[in-house]
Design a protein around this ligand. Structure first.
Ligand code: COA
Ligand code: ZN
Length: 299
């Protein structure tokens, strides 16, 4: 059976732009439920400015709690700059998702840096923390709210720049959920063809209802690690119009039906998702939320 590794990014991408502030206990309760459902890899928080993203102000405390309680789970944290990686490192994190947008306008809106500045900072991070596994999230690689769809050549040049710095783990991100499956297929094939020795993931938003097909397109081209959020909760505070991510429970349902192994218990995960929805107000794109409503006798 083919194995697909799901990376649950809800605690970061799902929660980061909620208006409602979640308490530490609400967060740990939800993380407990996801881990109990079988989630083995999770982006647990981000080390960013608490002024920019107040929801992530408890990053160090949450990361330390998660690492101590679940030593067998691979916990990632997102960081946009050197300071974020330093803080993550001090909290015990050894897997960092560093984000740079392929379109420079979005990079400036999101992390207030030019490409040169983001790459220079990445180089410093790689030199300072050789024991940290860094994956680079290529935001807007499948579409930007300001610059449209980047050409394949532009994305490949961007990957080459990362590769030349020594990066061997990257992910394609459809930050605003604008991509289509053919585009995902073509770009995935192109990056795997040129950078097949790297570890690849995809990060897909479901803004236009194409989260599952786009994620599947990447899987069918050979990517076996995919990101999603519990309930499809999500959005990007610096990408106008971005709504939820691909929902983890929808993805697990589809993959298991297709015979892929995910290691996740669908019923437990769905229960966790519904539990989250019972007190968290946000943009959800998950379909399994309404599963009872779809049971017979409706026709
Ligand atoms: N962790 C905590 N605080 C941070 C930080 C980090 N990683 N990076 C910057 N800061 C703080 C600074 O201390 C400063 O605080 P102050 O105003 O109280 O002095 C403030 O943020 C601005 O710092 P500055 O040095 O001017 O900015 P910067 O260019 O280094 O950082 C960002 C700017 C983009 C990193 C910051 O605005 C940020 O974290 N944005 C959130 C990006 C994000 O999460 N996007 C969505 C996910 S991709
Ligand atoms: Zn996202």
């Amino acid at each position: 059976m083919d194995k697909i590794q799901i990376v649950e990014v809800g605690p970061r991408d799902g929660w980061q732009n909620l208006k409602q502030m979640l308490t530490f206990e609400q967060k740990t309760d939800l993380i407990d439920r996801m881990v109990q459902a079988g989630v083995k890899e999770m982006e647990v928080t981000s080390f960013v400015s608490p002024k920019a993203i107040p929801q992530m102000a408890d990053a160090a405390q949450l990361a330390a709690w998660a690492l101590e309680k679940y030593p067998d789970v691979k916990f990632w944290a997102l960081a946009p700059n050197f300071r974020g990686v330093e803080n993550a490192y001090n909290a015990g994190i050894r897997h960092v998702s560093y984000v740079i947008s392929v379109s420079e306008s979005h990079n400036k809106a999101n992390v207030r840096r030019t490409h040169d500045e983001s790459f220079a900072e990445l180089q410093r991070i790689l030199e300072t923390y050789p024991d940290v596994e860094i994956t680079v999230g290529m935001a807007t690689s499948l579409g930007c709210p300001f610059e449209g769809i980047p050409s394949k050549e532009k994305v490949l040049d961007f990957c080459q720049r990362l590769y030349d710095l020594g990066v061997r783990s990257m992910y394609l991100a459809d930050t605003i959920g604008i991509a289509d499956p053919r585009q995902v297929r073509e770009l995935t094939k192109a990056v795997l063809d040129r950078f097949g020795d790297c570890d690849w993931q995809v990060h897909i938003h479901d803004t236009r209802g194409m989260g599952l097909v786009n994620t599947l397109a990447a899987i069918e081209c050979g990517i076996n690690k995919v990101q999603s959020t519990l309930g499809g909760l999500g959005g990007c505070p610096f990408a106008p119009g971005a709504s939820g991510n691909t929902a983890t429970e929808d993805l697990v349902y589809m993959l298991q039906r297709m015979g892929y192994e995910t290691g996740i218990d669908f019923d437990k995960l769905l229960a966790a998702s519904k539990y989250q929805k019972s007190f968290v107000d946000g943009i959800y794109s998950g379909h399994q939320m309404n599963i009872e409503a779809k049971q017979p006798p409706c026709c």
